[in-house]
Design a protein around this ligand. Sequence first.
Ligand code: SAM
Length: 289
Amino acid sequence: MPVEAFVPQPSTLYVVATPIGNLRDITLRALDVLRGVDQVAAEDTRVTQRLFAAYGIRKPIVALHEHNETNMTPKLIDAMRAGQSIALVSDAGTPGVSDPGAYLVRAARASGLVVVPIPGPSAVSAALSVAGLAHSAWLFFGFLPAKPTARRQILSDLVGFPYPIVFYEAPHRVVDSVADLATVFGPQRKLLLARELTKCFEQIVELTLGEAGDWLAADADRQRGEFVLIVDSPPRAIARSALAAEQVLDALLSELPPTQAARLAAKLTGQPRRSLYARAINATATQRD
Ligand code: SAM
C-alpha cells in the first residue's frame, strides 16, 4: 500500500528536525511539512534557504533565534491562532536540542495550540547509535561552559556519575574541554569522539581521555568541525569511591587549604589527586564568589 503524504493541520506548530550535515538525511514527513505549512520559523534564514533550494521548496521563512524570540513569538502565536500552520527549524538537527525552540514551544502550548514533533536527525542520537554503550541509560549534557572555572566545576560534580555522559563541543573549545575532561575524570576513562557526523570528513574514534589530547594535537584538521564527546561511565567501584572521595574532600576543605585537602583525600580514598585538586580549587573559588 502506498504511504500517503502527510498534510499539515491548521493552528499547529510543527517542530521539524533537519540534517546535521548530509542533506539527504531528512524524512519524507519533514519534507511534507515544510512544503505544506503556511510559514517556517528558522534559526538562520540563509541556512534554511540552502536546504529549501536543495529540495525545491518555496515558502516564507521568518527568523526566530534567541535574540528576537520574545518579539517574534507573539506574532507567530497570533498567526497560528488565526489558523496558520507553522514549522520550526534550527540550523541543524532537532530544534530544542542545544538549539532555540523551547520558548516558542512553551508559548504555543500555553496558548492552547497543538505542538507536533517531526523527528529526525540529532547529533546526540547519531553518536549514541555508533557508541556501542553497555548502558541503556546516559546523560545528555550538551555544551559545557566556555569559562574554564565553571567548566571544571561542572566536571568535578559529574566525576562520579555512574552512566555515560554526552557532551557537545565546538572546534575552538574542543582541545581545552578534552584537557579538562582528562584532568578531572582521569586519563583512563574511555571517550568516543564523533566528529563531523554525516559529512565528508566524518571521524569516529574510541580513545582514553589520556590519549585524546595527543590525537587532537597530531593533526590540526582533527580540531575542525563539530564534535560529540561521549565519556563512558566509570567502573562501578570507581564511581562509588569518587563519590566517597568528594565527601571526604568537602569535609577536609572546611579545615585545610585546597592543596593539602586534595592530597589527603587522594591518600585516604585512592582517587586521583589532580581531579580532587580541581574540585577543591573550584569549591573554594565558588565560596569566594
Ligand atoms: N540541534 C542540534 C542537534 O539536534 O544535534 C544541535 C545543535 S548545537 C547548536 C551544535 C552542536 O551539535 C555542535 O557544536 C556539535 O557539538 C553538535 N553537532 C551538530 N552537528 C554535528 C555533526 N554533524 N557532527 C558532530 N557533532 C555535531
